[in-house]
Write a protein that binds this ligand. Sequence first.
Ligand SMILES: [Zn+2]
Length: 511
Amino acid sequence: MAGFLFFLFFIKQCDMRVLVAICFFFFQISFARQNIVSAQDKDTLAGEYGRLITPGNLKKQLYTLASSEMEGRETATPGQEKAAAYIASQFAQMGLAPGANGKWLQHYPLYSDSLLHASITVNQQSYKWGRDFWVDIRAGKNQQLTANSVVYVSDGTEMDYLDQEVKGKVVMMKEASLRNREGSDLNSRITFAAARGASALLIISPQASRYSSLGEAKLRTSGIYQKNASSKELNIYYITPTIAIQILQLGKKDNLSDQKQAKEVTIPIHLTFEKRTTELHPSNVLGLLEGTDKKDEYVFVTAHYDHLGKNGRTIYFGADDDASGTSAVIEIAAAFAQAKKEGKGPRRSIVFMTVSGEEKGLLGSSYYTSNPIYPLSQTVTDLNIDMIGRIDPAHEKDSNYVYIIGDNRLSSELRTINEAANNEYTHLQLDYKYNDPEDPEAFYYRSDHYMFAQHGIPIIFYFNGTHADYHQPSDTPDKINYQLLSRRAQLVFYTAWKIANRDERLAVDGM
Ligand SMILES: [Zn+2]
């Protein structure tokens, strides 16, 4: 107690102003010391709570999420809704707060189109949808179009339009452009036709009839998509060469591939297209664990709970992809919630978010980061878990590993913290192979963390690599290595613990 006696001795000899200054000085020293001690305590505590993330608990979660009842959890299906309700109930049970403005679910709009009717009639000759032509359901608007001519633009490159006015007209072009490599990209040629004001586009496709093999049900729906202001608004009909030959009025000796000259052909043509658009409301699930003295800064721990659903009676269980990550998020949340109950909660707030729409193109995380519930400027990091229950072929002999992706791209501190957590507790081999920006698999762009990274938020993507069961019905819970799953989940927990409890906010100083 020398420090305290020294302090008493000192006050006798000082006037009041000095005393105040000294008091303040000592107060700061003792406060700082207390902080250091509590930080050390906290790291010892981390081990205590991290051990709550057990193989047994994870297994229970994973078997529920990847059960037949959840039907493969496809976005905007009853299976996905069941999974969302289950995750919310787990968050509620452990004492998290509803994280989406007082609710558990953040709903977002998606769209799906189904084709009701499409027809092409050329000079009284009717053609059949699904046999003679098919349509781009998503791009099309309802239309009833009667015209007296068709503008043929051959390859449909810019040059082909030089002498042709196509505004408000039906335009016809070849699907493959062989002449001009620069203009050969079909999408850019479609965009060009739309920009020139075509009212409909007929694309001559030798394979226009092949789609009939997909089956009526698949053909008649656009699939799920996000409304996008820049999406091309042009009706596109993929037609067989037979229709093109009639439109161009070619004789038996003429060859379609010889038709290189753009021209307007006079011929009566009637096109109809009718679809129904359904609005869907899938959700992200958010649970909040409020922090203490730094509660206005947020650490995100994420995984996607959606998967591919089912095809007929075949269920895509998605045990590894990504019931493994979702189970990990639930159990990590439970460990933090227990710490908080015992007065050892994190200084920063932690948001546990499981998103949907991932398999459809990161739609749930894209919606969240465009419509954030917590300010992105106050979001410190996103630790994203997508597939951590399996061993990839490259690690069959040495399976105590996890791939770490993206950790050093936006913050110089994140790798150090993650490695410290691993050295102290989990002792996994951290494999940075897929963090190489040149890696052809480009995994960095392929899961939800990327949506956060796009906003300059430092991220880590935890991943086990792909395997033979990836995106197959055979991705089942019995193939998960629960020991490994728990160790990898613990690594995320310890890293989150460090980030949430340190004095300084994680630096953002990368590219
Ligand atoms: Zn997937």
